[in-house]
Design a protein around this ligand. Structure first.
Ligand SMILES: [Zn+2]
Length: 308
């Protein structure tokens, strides 16, 4: 679908910068949340004593990482690109080469992104004993960078690498060093970073990019991230259901919950008749389950709510 031009306008004013290089904002256009909604949200948070929070890409847009689905500014709206499919990654050496080449180029910028005031607020809620568990669908490590401990990264983390042969986990940063050593003369022009750290470069540039295998077993290296078409580990899902069962209210922040792996916890919350509130710009798949919906930027909204 082609979007009208007015939706394609990017905001020039960045929220936070990891370096002195200006970044384009990926936060969708949105008016400031109204005072009444904020009061209701404060009430919701005050009533909860063991809050279960589920976060998504909308939380990281304020740190300069674009999401997939936001109107006008999300990756789907801006480009023809779609995220890597699990089966394609496993099946095709060429696809892996393209994926890693782009990921290599995007890594310095992607990995340097910093938590914003929404991540910081949630970390404070944890410290104050308000937040029982946080489940994130993001793979950008911004919650752990903010110091969040009671955290499940539902879709893994782009800062870790998994060997599909022996299951070894290593740091993505180490792989970057290997890439540099294997590709001393390889350069590419970047054209923007996707939610998973991917960037846009020509296929011609990809052809000469060398990708290492696992040093122990020679297996295929993959980011420790759940690609589209793959499923989340059953034990992880059960673990999160258990944390949900210990909680008394659910708050969704920055997610449209279009992906089932996150949405299922809202269905479970509905079955348990738990109170649900949502902070998001735009509609979500769980709007019918929520008693409160606040439309606004996550950082702006969460930072004015007190974890009382
Ligand atoms: Zn291995």
């Amino acid at each position: 679908m082609r979007l009208p031009q007015r939706f394609l306008t990017l905001h020039a004013a960045p929220v936070r910068r990891a370096s002195s290089v200006p970044v384009v904002s990926f936060v969708p256009a949105c008016s400031t949340a109204d005072t009444h909604s904020l009061e209701l949200l404060q009430d919701f948070v005050s009533r909860a004593s063991r809050l279960f929070v589920i976060s998504g890409a909308g939380l990281s847009t304020e740190s300069g990482i674009p999401d997939y689905r936001s109107e006008g500014v999300g990756l789907y709206a801006r480009t023809d690109r779609r995220p890597m499919q699990h089966a394609e990654f496993v099946r095709s050496a060429k696809s892996r080469q393209r994926y890693w080449a782009r990921n290599f180029v995007g890594w310095p910028q992607f990995s340097s992104r910093r938590p914003n005031s929404a991540h910081e607020a949630l970390q404070q809620w944890e410290r104050r004993g308000k937040l029982h568990w946080l489940v994130t669908q993001n793979v950008d490590a911004l919650h752990s960078k903010a110091g969040q401990k009671r955290l499940t990264e539902l879709h893994g983390c782009a800062h870790r690498v998994l060997c599909l042969g022996c299951g070894a986990i290593s740091a993505r940063e180490e792989l970057q060093t290997q890439f540099v050593a294997l590709n001393p003369d390889w350069t590419a022009q970047t054209g923007g970073v996707a939610p998973d750290g991917d960037v846009f470069i020509d296929d011609d540039q990809v052809l000469n990019f060398r990708v290492p295998s696992c040093e122990s077993c020679g297996g295929i290296l993959k980011p420790e991230v759940t690609f589209f078409g793959d499923t989340v580990n059953k034990a992880t899902v059960q673990f999160v259901h258990d944390r949900l069962g210990e909680s008394d209210a659910v708050l969704v922040v920055g997610s449209s919950l279009q992906v089932y792996s996150g949405y299922r916890f809202l269905l479970a919350a509905g079955d348990r008749k738990m109170s649900v509130a949502i902070v998001n710009i735009g509609s979500t798949r769980a709007d019918h389950l929520a008693e409160l919906k606040v439309s606004g930027r996550c950082g702006e909204v969460l930072s004015v709510i007190q974890p009382l």
